[in-house]
Design a protein around this ligand. Sequence first.
Ligand code: SAM
Length: 279
Amino acid sequence: MSRPDEDVDCYLSVDGIEFFRQRNGCKFNAMNPTYMLPSDDEESKGDWAVELNEEIPWVFVTGVDIVPIQLREVPVRCRFEIWNIAMPDMPYDDAYFDLIHARDVLTGICNYPQFLGQVARILRPGGLVILIKPDLVQYADDKSEDEWMLGSESGPRGWFTLWETYRNCLTLLGVDVTVPQRLRKLLEGTGAFENIEDCRAMIPVGFYPEDKRVLTVGQLQWMAHDLLLPALRSMFLSSGMVESRVDQIIKDAQTDLYCGNTFGLSSHLHIVHATRREE
Ligand SMILES: C[S@@+](CC[C@H](N)C(=O)[O-])C[C@H]1O[C@@H](n2cnc3c(N)ncnc32)[C@H](O)[C@@H]1O
């Protein structure tokens, strides 16, 4: 059982508007019920929008999120808007943007084809869409979860069980967990895009890579996953699992993460880009 003060919802407001919901001691968005990762300051910094604006100062950048972006100073040619991109009609005119970039927002979108339909509508003909999604299937020593399950060795079971639980919870919420590996097909399915390129990158999680630059990626991913594991607790509890089971799943996954050199943990990142077909 959770402590009575822990899992009770309360709403937190910014400028009088209740953008956040507090549950199990974490802060979540109040707008999109399927996006169940905490909305902490680290996550909603708007880095990509600001960096693009700094690198190409003559462009105008619009950053969209379900929560207010936590920035002290917003560059002049950059603005942040609050909108749930899972809604069927985005508040932008047809052909409004030259470039649309969406990174790691899958878990907040149940109807991905509908989202792509909106992207096609608000992107100008010839405009570029860049979609970046990590795979929700994990790898150890370059073998997928399924390959480990078929083999005789046990592998990092705790790690795999956590990811299986995460996928099951997302599926219960109506999120299609196979979207990352099907992005090309989904873009093709709209009939609105051409020059579709699907690049896949292996992303290490841990301190085992020998190459210095790859090692840095592994370290950053390790830190990101160290934060992700406890952040999933609330989602798992909301799916109806008992608290002791949830805590055990997270603990076992942490054990595998913390002895990350035993198995080379990794995930795949899909970086897919395409241009809006001219009418
Ligand atoms: C994992 S973070 C990634 C942040 C950023 N895109 C990046 O790559 O650094 C996901 C962000 O997407 C936002 N988000 C999730 N679902 C969304 C939705 N349906 N509409 C708008 N923003 C959403 C979350 O609030 C969060 O800030």
